[in-house]
Design a protein around this ligand. Structure first.
Ligand code: FAD
Length: 406
């Protein structure tokens, strides 16, 4: 049987739910097809203040604020020589939203999806999208018994995250220009939280001259998400299991050894391989992609959900225009716009792995304006052209490093 609607959204992550909320507010009939039952685990637990601004714009920030999540005022970057850089989002260029939240995504994503549901979204769990006919804009999905369904839509939005449904089906995938990295992660309780972590700061700890870095994300219920990121070979060359590798790195690092000495593991150790991804284009006739189904860079600055929310909010506005009969310049108003922010984060990610950013972080003589500009970038305000780093990001980072080294 074929069903009809205005927009089929593939995936019920933050990207899919936020786009659905906007489309439903505009009066469109939306079907969300989600492969899994919720709540489900997904990584990406540390949000940026820009997320709050987007959630407020969509009218669901108050719902999130009621959830008792740990407030996130910023991040601390710690190296082996005990250099520490605390980025306090409240020390920004004046943006109104200057804190965010540390969230278990199984809870956060459920809350967003319920918001879409309360606005009238038709949500089908355990519906896996397996095919797409672009000529008729029909999506094909199977349920858990392999029964096949078809959904014909005026517009299809792929928000399938790591599933990358349309990139795979339409040959839109291209390799990321970032190296293949692994993330090995788990949840613990009972670790030693420093004062800043009790306030909600995420800690990013550098190991072995940044051959690996580890995050610690404190949740409000006393549980902490921790994990490490390294190049694939740094892990595989040890021939250790993921569990033993994580233990080894912690035991070799003075700060981490002390921090986790009384910690108890409360969730299985997981590994995520080669997660960076890129895309030939973000849209086509009758369809678009948002969130991680487009480009995913790297977790170090917790930018994933921010980019997911911004892209889905933007894409929803453009779908509304198109369905209302207006002409949309998808290249200029969607892809070019999104790439401004993505490219700022990309240069920060490169500068993180090349060591340049650490030089800036740990420089003692930074101006107050540079400190604020960095706080705003790491808060997710990567489209604000009045920020020093938003245009010519690479050149500006290089210029600053040269000044520091003089
Ligand atoms: P998702 O959250 O992945 O949601 C996509 C949904 O689509 C899923 O529910 C999935 O089940 C569904 N789906 C997939 N395939 C199909 C299909 N065929 N049919 C139907 N449904 C389907 N981001 C941050 O902001 N902060 C962080 O601290 C952070 N840490 C990270 C750490 C690591 C190690 C990694 C790898 C990433 C991290 N991220 C972080 C990024 C974050 O995980 C993503 O950016 C974010 O989840 C993207 O949201 P989304 O809605 O696009 O996709």
């Amino acid at each position: 049987m074929e069903e009809f609607c205005d927009v089929v959204v593939i995936g019920a992550g933050p990207s899919g739910s936020v786009a659905a909320c906007k489309l439903l507010d505009a009066g469109f009939k939306v079907i969300i097809l989600e492969k899994l039952e919720f709540p489900r685990f997904v990584i990406g637990e540390s949000l940026l203040p820009k997320c709050n601004a987007i959630l407020e714009d969509i009218g669901i920030l108050d719902l999130i604020e009621k959830q008792n999540y740990m407030l996130k005022p910023g991040a601390i970057f710690i190296d082996e020589n005990k250099n520490e850089e605390l980025i306090d989002f409240r020390n920004n260029l004046g943006e109104e939203h200057n804190t965010s939240f540390q969230v278990k995504r199984e809870e956060f994503d459920n809350t967003l999806l319920n918001a879409a549901k309360s606005k009238g979204a038709d949500i089908r769990h355990k519906f896996e999208v397996v095919d797409y006919d672009n000529s008729t804009n029909t999506i094909f999905a199977i349920d858990e018994n392999d029964k096949r369904y078809s959904f014909k839509a005026r517009f299809v939005l792929d928000s399938s995250g790591y599933g990358r449904v349309l990139p795979k089906l339409m040959d839109l995938d291209i390799p990321s220009d970032l190296k293949l990295r692994n993330a090995i992660l788990m949840r613990v309780t009972g670790e030693k939280r420093r004062e800043e972590e009790k306030e909600g700061f995420i800690d990013i700890v550098i190991h072995d001259d940044n051959k690996a870095w580890l995050w610690g994300i404190p949740f409000s219920d006393g549980i902490t998400s921790m994990g490490l990121v390294c190049e694939e070979s740094y892990f595989t060359d040890t021939k250790l299991s993921k569990e033993d590798f994580l233990k080894k790195v912690i035991s070799e690092h003075k700060y981490l050894k002390e921090k986790y000495k009384d910690a108890k593991q409360v969730a299985p150790v997981r590994i995520i391989n080669g997660y960076s991804a890129a895309i030939k284009r973000m849209y086509g006739k009758g369809f678009a992609l948002s969130g991680n189904a487009t480009e995913f860079l790297d977790p170090v600055f917790s930018s994933g959900v921010t980019l997911a929310l911004e892209s889905s909010s933007k894409v929803a506005s453009l779908i509304i225009k198109e369905l209302n009969g207006e002409t949309v310049d998808w290249q200029k108003d969607y892809e070019d716009y999104m790439m401004i922010g993505v490219n700022v984060f990309r240069e920060f990610v490169y500068a993180w792995y090349s060591g340049k950013l650490r030089k800036i972080f740990y420089a003692k003589n930074k101006s107050k304006q540079i400190e604020k500009s960095i706080a705003s970038i790491l808060s997710g305000y990567v489209w604000d052209e009045s920020n020093y780093f938003v245009k010519d990001t690479k050149r500006k980072i290089d210029a600053l490093v040269s000044l520091i080294e003089e």
